[in-house]
Design a protein around this ligand. Structure first.
Ligand code: C5P
Length: 222
């Protein structure tokens, strides 16, 4: 069920949410469970890869024999990825990275006051885009969580970020995606579109990695 397609290959995977500090005791984040990224890490390892999992804060444990790098903020995730990306053959961006961070993080806990609290945010680096923009990038797979016009948005993301592949999931479907143990994906490349039907995230990860391997092998032969 898990052919050793990635023997001798290094795969880096980002997973989970990031946390952006609001002050020393508070943060903003999102509902990403990390399950899809961890399932991909487990599947990639079973398929023979050396796996580095760069993970935001999650409540699940890393699969065996995977190198885990735990981070908190988007900037930390970016720095951890960039430190080691030159060594990687394949980069899979599964993390739900916060798009913004607080422009100035107070050094003391913010006190309660009457009226409206206004905060200013600045953009976080786009980790996947930074990886794909390198002179000699690894093979890149991104994810796109959309609620509508899934394929069109995924396709434009593929082109804008200069990715090899993008896996789109419809987060509006109930019982799939966020926090669920099951998911379904539409996998898009420059000239193909393949639907992987709903199944467990681990089985989906195996199918996704088989597709990735055929695209990756084809790209190496050019
Ligand atoms: O543009 P959007 O955020 O929808 O793109 C999603 C893809 O980009 C995912 O693969 C996600 O992991 C990656 N991403 C990233 N760094 C960001 C934002 C998104 O790596 N700051």
């Amino acid at each position: 069920e898990a052919p050793a397609l990635f023997a001798g290959k290094k795969i880096m995977i980002t997973a989970g949410p990031t946390r952006e500090a609001l002050d020393p005791v508070r943060y903003i984040s999102n509902h990403s469970s990390g399950k899809m990224g961890y399932a991909i890490a487990e599947a990639a390892r079973k398929m023979g890869a050396h796996v580095t999992l760069v993970s935001g804060p999650v409540n699940i444990s890393a699969p065996p024999n995977v190198e885990l790098i735990s981070v908190t903020s988007a900037q930390e995730m970016h720095d951890a990825v960039m430190r080691d990306i030159q060594q990687q053959d394949i980069f899979i961006a599964c993390a739900a990275v916060a798009d913004f961070r607080l422009a100035d993080i107070p050094t003391h806990k913010v006190k309660k006051k009457d009226g409206i609290l206004t905060l200013s945010f600045e953009p976080n680096p786009d980790i996947l885009q930074a990886v794909a923009a390198q002179a000699r990038p690894p093979f890149t797979l991104g994810f796109a969580a959309e609620t509508n016009d899934i394929e069109a948005y995924a396709k434009s993301k593929l082109e804008r970020k200069k990715l090899n592949m993008i896996a789109a999931n419809d987060v509006s479907l109930s019982g799939l995606g966020f926090n669920s143990d099951r998911n379904a994906l539409t996998v898009i490349t420059k000239n193909s579109k393949i639907s992987l039907p709903a199944t467990s995230k681990y089985r989906l990860a195996i199918e996704l990695l088989k597709l990735l391997n055929s695209e990756y092998s084809a790209s190496q032969n050019n």
